[in-house]
Design a protein around this ligand. Structure first.
Ligand SMILES: *C/C=C(C)/C=C/C=C(C)/C=C/C1=C(C)CCCC1(C)C
Length: 258
């Protein structure tokens, strides 16, 4: 179990507010993706539904993380610091969330392309298996104490292998499929892919905080705030780009809402 460091009022509140903000963002994104569905052609609605699922799952887990954060600390009036209450802070919610949402995010991206059934099934299988492996392999390193950098490095390296494979599939194989898409859609998908690279690439950097000499209260800040911001961009932000892509594809198909 990871020992919780003492936090100043500012540190405790920063994480508290960022998690609270994340719940609100995910909830709002859920409503948006549900209600915006009829603005795209029926064949792209499944992709929007998956976007909605992703942010709904995240909103739930952030709510649980929020509760766990509140329970894990208490104000020590003599020192004026937030100290461990004795109840553990459950970091597993985050990884359970990723285990569900990361495969769904790649499904979202592949679905909006409306590829041939065969190609679609192949891409989804490869990407979801790799995404699942990436998260499972990262977990033992995440829950290792931040002092135990060799364990973190070992699992982090293993987890990076499927991560690189995902990038390979998205650039190499999806790149080929992109050539058959209308020009505007090609640009949008390239942007979605870049957003995916930028936001997903941020997770391993946050994970490595202890390697940059960030320990204790600071590492707790970096993990919680860093992962929350990444989650907002990679789930709600990415879903928004998928929505814009679905609109462009609907238009290219000659579909109009009415
Ligand atoms: C909504 C949540 C998302 C998109 C989470 C993505 C997470 C990753 C891309 C995590 C990757 C990791 C590595 C590549 C190595 C170190 C361990 C991880 C799990 C942080």
């Amino acid at each position: 179990m990871v020992l919780l460091p003492d936090l100043s009022l500012g540190q405790y509140s920063l994480v508290y507010n960022v998690i609270s903000f994340t719940i609100a963002t995910m909830g709002a994104a859920f409503l948006f993706f549900v209600f915006a569905q009829n603005r795209v052609a029926p064949r792209y609605r499944m992709s929007m539904l998956v976007s909605a699922l992703v942010v709904a799952i995240a909103a739930y887990h952030y709510y649980r993380i929020f509760q766990s954060w509140q329970a894990a600390f208490m104000m020590d009036t003599t020192s004026g610091m937030y100290v461990a209450s004795g109840q553990p802070f459950n970091d597993a919610y985050r990884y359970v969330d990723w285990l569900l949402t990361v495969p769904l995010l790649v499904v979202e991206l592949v679905l909006v392309l409306a590829l041939s059934r065969d190609l679609q099934a192949k891409m989804i299988t490869k990407l979801t298996v790799a995404a699942t492996l990436m998260i499972i392999l990262g977990y033992p390193g995440e829950v290792a104490s931040y002092i135990d950098t060799p364990t973190r490095a070992f699992w982090g390296t293993l987890s990076t292998i499927p991560f690189l494979y995902i990038l390979y599939v998205l650039w190499k194989e999806l790149g080929k499929a992109l050539e058959q898409q209308p020009p505007r859609v090609r640009v949008l998908i390239r942007n979605a892919r870049l957003l995916l690279l930028a936001t997903w690439g941020f997770y391993p950097i946050v994970y490595m905080a202890p390697f940059f000499g960030i320990y204790g209260a600071e590492s707790q800040m970096v993990f919680q705030v860093g992962y929350s911001i990444s989650d907002i961009l990679s789930k709600a932000g990415f879903g928004l780009l998928i929505y814009v892509t679905a609109c462009a594809k609907s238009e290219a198909d000659g579909w109009s809402q009415s």
